[in-house]
Design a protein around this ligand. Structure first.
Ligand code: PEP
Ligand code: MN
Length: 259
């Protein structure tokens, strides 16, 4: 097993031995929504805030994110709660406008093969969270990461988010083999997204725990104060109470794994 390189997102280290939780809503919907969720996830010891500004939706009729309207919301909430922030960049033309706003660029599953986006991100000194394409081989995913790392930006964290299989009871099949494989064969840190990996609220906590047990460097979890009313992915969002419970169990587990 090779040693994991540490990626810094502001003052938070991913891959340095501490299990890091990234949490927040799928999409930013309003100032009050992001404010409330940030406060809750921070109190529960999430270290990095997530929130979609530009969304990659299957249907063009679905909510596409607040886009520019979210910029001021993010600025205020980040400052108020003093949390590093990650959000998806869906197009190379968004990089400059998002640069000051985000502390880590997320590349979504649908864009893992977008080599022009990856090449462009290599020119910036900002960490990249590279989600696995939902039909990507490990080798393709690792090579996608190399588009960023070999061109100058060494700060890449991989994110397993489930793959398409014949199973239809879950949104995706969370492939935790990848955690062990990536640890064995690369020096890249890897986190797991059990929200998209399962697509089922009640399966998120068990699979988050399994991710920690498999050796992941962290998790990314969707949390919403009112999942029934969420503009996207409400069915897989944890309530703040569920997230708090998850974090307590993660804490117990990671301590046990260290001893
Ligand atoms: C997300 O994290 O909000 C997201 C869209 O994830 P993915 O790219 O894995 O589908
Ligand atoms: Mn989502």
């Amino acid at each position: 097993m090779s040693k994991t390189q540490v990626v810094k997102v502001k003052d938070i280290e991913i891959g340095g031995g501490q299990f890091v939780a990234i949490a927040g809503p799928c999409s930013i919907e309003s100032q009050s929504q992001l404010d409330l969720i940030s406060e809750c996830v921070k109190n529960s010891q999430a270290k990095i805030l997530r929130g979609g500004i530009y969304k990659m939706r299957t249907s063009p009729d679905a909510f596409q994110g607040l886009e520019h309207e979210a910029f001021n919301i993010v600025k205020e909430i980040k400052e108020k709660h003093n949390m590093p922030f990650v959000s998806e960049v869906t197009d190379p033309r968004q990089i400059e406008e998002l640069y000051e706003l985000v502390d880590m660029f997320q590349v979504g599953s649908r864009n893992m093969y977008n080599y022009s986006l990856l090449k462009e991100l290599a020119n910036f000194d900002k960490p990249v969270l590279l989600k696995r394409g939902f039909s990507a081989l490990y080798d393709e995913w690792i090579k996608a990461a190399s588009y960023v790392t070999s061109q100058g930006n060494a700060q890449v964290v991989l994110c397993e988010r489930g793959i398409r299989t014949f199973e239809s009871a879950t949104r995706n099949t969370l492939d935790l083999n990848s955690v062990a494989y990536i640890k064995e064969n690369t020096d890249l840190p890897i986190i797991v997204d059990p929200s998209h990996g399962t697509g089922v609220r009640n399966l998120v906590t068990p699979m988050a725990l399994a991710s920690a047990a498999a050796g992941a460097d962290g998790i990314m979890v969707e949390v919403h104060n009112n999942p029934e009313k969420a503009q996207s992915d409400g069915f897989q969002a944890l309530t703040p109470e569920m997230f708090d419970h998850l974090m307590k169990r993660i804490n117990t587990l990671t301590q046990a794994l260290r001893s």
